[in-house]
Design a protein around this ligand. Sequence first.
Ligand SMILES: Cc1cc2nc3c(=O)[nH]c(=O)nc-3n(C[C@H](O)[C@H](O)[C@H](O)COP(=O)(O)O)c2cc1C
Length: 178
Amino acid sequence: MNVLDLAQRRHSPRAFSGQALAWEDLVPAFEAARLSSSSYNNQPWRFMVGLKGEAGFDALLDTAVEANRSWMKDAGAIVGVVSSGVLEKTGEPDHAAMYGVGMAVNAMEFTFVAQGLTSMQAGGFDRKAFGELAGLPYHHTPIALLAVGHAPEGHTPSPKVRKDLDDIVFKVGDRIPG
Ligand SMILES: Cc1cc2nc3c(=O)[nH]c(=O)nc-3n(C[C@H](O)[C@H](O)[C@H](O)COP(=O)(O)O)c2cc1C
């Protein structure tokens, strides 16, 4: 599968089979994240993992808002995604930290697709509760819960709803509409 195939196949399933995943199922995606580029090579991504069947899974699930809990409970694992907001070498703010974390998570999601798994991010969760659960240092920001697992039998992805290329790509001299 080339990268465009992966982008076309990746979708937010809002449903999982309930089958648990093992740590080894997640390692290729974490490796893809680890190899991502980042501003100053600061590598701002941090991940907090709960595998289905472990207390950590239920603890992460409990931080999700009800609407997200309804489908996330059937994921095989939940990964709490965290951004470290300080440049390690200087102690200055890392203004590109969340950008870097997003790139790393995209690499993870493509890796899951290539493995025949499916994943979905959720920003609807209690960040304060997550921060307490994870014991986050002050400059770390919870970004999302990333649910991963197997799609249910017969699952059909919803059609992609996207802007056209003309709405997002411009040439110098064009005006980007507000
Ligand atoms: C950072 C982030 C947070 C999201 N939060 C939620 C959420 O809390 N609940 C939800 O149902 N979908 C959530 N989504 C899924 C988006 O709605 C979805 O990605 C978008 O509609 C495009 O659909 P697709 O992922 O199937 O291509 C989130 C996606 C991202 C990337």
